[in-house]
Design a protein around this ligand. Structure first.
Ligand code: NAD
Length: 488
């Protein structure tokens, strides 16, 4: 595994790679070295508008895409998954180079992308409407229809996986798509676009416009011709996107946002297992995971032992070259994230949390941070309230189940949570009372196309994954037909 040659750096519209209208480009860096990988064509409003027109044309009544059977869409999705699997080694190397994630994580991201597409392929011909037993002399049915042109705005933390999630949800049910990848990591989405063409998707069904959020992204979210925006990213930008929808055509807005998820560890758990799971719950992908368990609540009887073991585990975590298969943690994505994480670590020290290990930048090449563990963390500290998005574990102490549920819910977020215990009553009480979209019992971080994923409160609006995920990308139409006489 090693850096690879970049094949596609242009904007993808109507199955063609083209330069930006302005002629501008932007650099993408390798986070492990902080050096430039290549320049990418920079999409702006003119390019976003072109891509939206292409997606509108592909969605016109009578078009190849609109006339295609659901089984035809399924075949294309499966074919694209086949091509991703064929080129997985290249894609894994590209994802690692562009994002800095370890090759192990990149393998999960690339194979997760293919898995999302296959899950969609399996569902495409199973989206049934209903016959409604309406009162009166009527025959009534409902059907799910695609919404139209969907703009998908993607963050940098799992570029390939999240591109796959949005492709699968939008295309399975028959929409067309304009993807705006994150400016930090646009390369795998462009390569997947080339595979979509090879798979045989009609022109305009999938378009990819790399560029910056306030320009290319805002042109899509503010467009009168985009019917839905699906956004994964920060709560702050989610709010801007809601506003852009309201200020334009009131398009449907689906938001997958940030989190500060509670992980509740009771004294009766399997301690070593809970320490290991809680470690991965925070440190996976260098902490750059929206559903990371960044508030680890540990019951007082085992608190000291849990802290000691968590420190030992974090000190053993291998951070370094993301291409080495032994590496557990790569760099952060960029200088801004590095600065933000170090500033939050400083705030933790100043506010009285006990730094057990780490706390510094690691080396001076690339954007690495030492594996950091804080104990004696209290709910009012910034590190217990703000999303850090870095390799920093906060361990808080609790006494009773009532207390921990109340404290776990005392947040503006509600994306995920977990509970570790051998007592089924405690497990179910916590699982059913934490206000979050996904709860893990005696595991942390299992993610699959088969499960609905999304947030309560300021962690999001709507769901992606599972049957609910496909329905999120549909309109429901009801047809009421007068009949001469209805009989039971
Ligand atoms: P971000 O919000 O800064 O950027 C995400 C995307 O939005 C990028 O493509 C960016 O270019 C675009 N964008 C920025 N400003 C925009 C604007 N004004 N209009 C339109 N688009 C704009 O997020 P990020 O830093 O890339 O990712 C990290 C965040 O994503 C974290 O908060 C994390 O929790 C969240 N996240 C959530 C999930 C989830 O499923 N809930 C998954 C992964 C990441």
């Amino acid at each position: 595994m090693a850096p690879v040659e970049v094949k596609y750096t242009q904007i993808f519209i109507n199955n063609d790679f083209v330069n930006s209208v302005s002629g501008k480009t932007f650099p993408t860096l390798n986070p492990a070295t902080s050096k430039k990988t290549c320049d990418v064509q920079e999409g702006d409003k003119a390019d976003a508008d072109k891509a939206v027109r292409a997606a509108q044309d592909a969605f016109k009544l009578g078009s190849a895409w609109r006339r295609m059977d659901a089984t035809g869409r399924a075949r294309l999705l499966n074919k694209l998954a086949d091509l991703i699997e064929r080129d997985r080694e290249y894609l894994v190397n590209l994802e690692t180079m562009d994002n800095g994630m370890t090759v192990m994580n990149a393998t999960g991201s690339v194979m997760g992308c293919a898995k999302f597409l296959r899950y969609g392929a399996g569902y495409a011909d199973k989206l049934h409407g209903k016959v409604v037993p309406l009162d009166g002399d009527y025959f009534c049915y409902s059907r799910y229809e695609p919404i139209g042109v969907v703009a998908a705005i993607i963050p940098w933390n799992f570029p390939c996986l999240l591109t796959g999630a949005k492709l699968s949800c939008a295309l399975t049910v028959g929409n067309t798509l304009v993807i705006k990848p994150a400016e930090q990591s646009p390369l795998t989405a462009l390569y997947i676009a080339s595979l979509a063409k090879e798979a045989g998707f009609p022109p305009g069904v999938i378009n990819v416009v790399p560029g910056y959020g306030p320009t290319a992204g805002a042109a899509l979210t503010g467009s009168m011709d985009v019917d839905m925006v699906t956004f994964t990213g920060s709560t702050e930008v989610g709010r801007i996107i809601q506003r852009a929808g309201a200020d334009s055509n009131l398009k449907k807005i689906h938001l997958e946002l940030g989190g500060k998820s509670p992980n509740v560890v009771f004294a009766d758990c399997d301690l070593d297992y809970a320490v290991e799971m809680s470690h991965w719950g925070v440190f996976l992908n260098s902490g750059q995971v929206c559903c990371a368990g960044t508030r680890t609540f540990v019951q007082e009887d085992i608190y000291d032992e849990f802290v000691r073991k968590s420190k030992e585990r974090a000190e053993k975590r291998v951070v370094g070259d993301p291409y080495d298969v032994k590496t557990e943690g790569g760099p952060q994505i960029d200088q801004d994230q590095l600065d933000k994480i170090l500033e939050l670590i400083e705030s933790g020290k100043k506010e009285g949390a006990k730094l057990m290990c780490g706390g510094q930048r690691k080396g001076d090449c690339g954007y690495f941070v030492e594996s950091t563990v804080f104990s004696d963390v209290t709910d009012d500290m910034r590190i217990a309230k703000e999303e850090i998005f870095g390799p920093v574990q906060q361990i808080l102490k609790f006494k009773t189940i009532e207390e921990v549920v109340e404290r776990a819910n005392a947040t503006t977020y509600g994306l995920a949570g977990a509970v570790f215990t051998r007592d089924i009553d405690k497990a179910l009480t916590v699982a059913n009372t934490i206000r979050a979209g996904l709860i893990w019992v005696n595991n942390y971080g299992l993610f699959s196309p088969m499960i609905p994923f999304g947030g309560y409160k300021m962690s999001g609006v709507g769901r992606e994954g599972g049957e609910d995920g496909f329905k999120e990308y549909c309109e429901v139409k009801t047809v009421v037909i007068k009949v001469p006489q209805k009989n039971s």
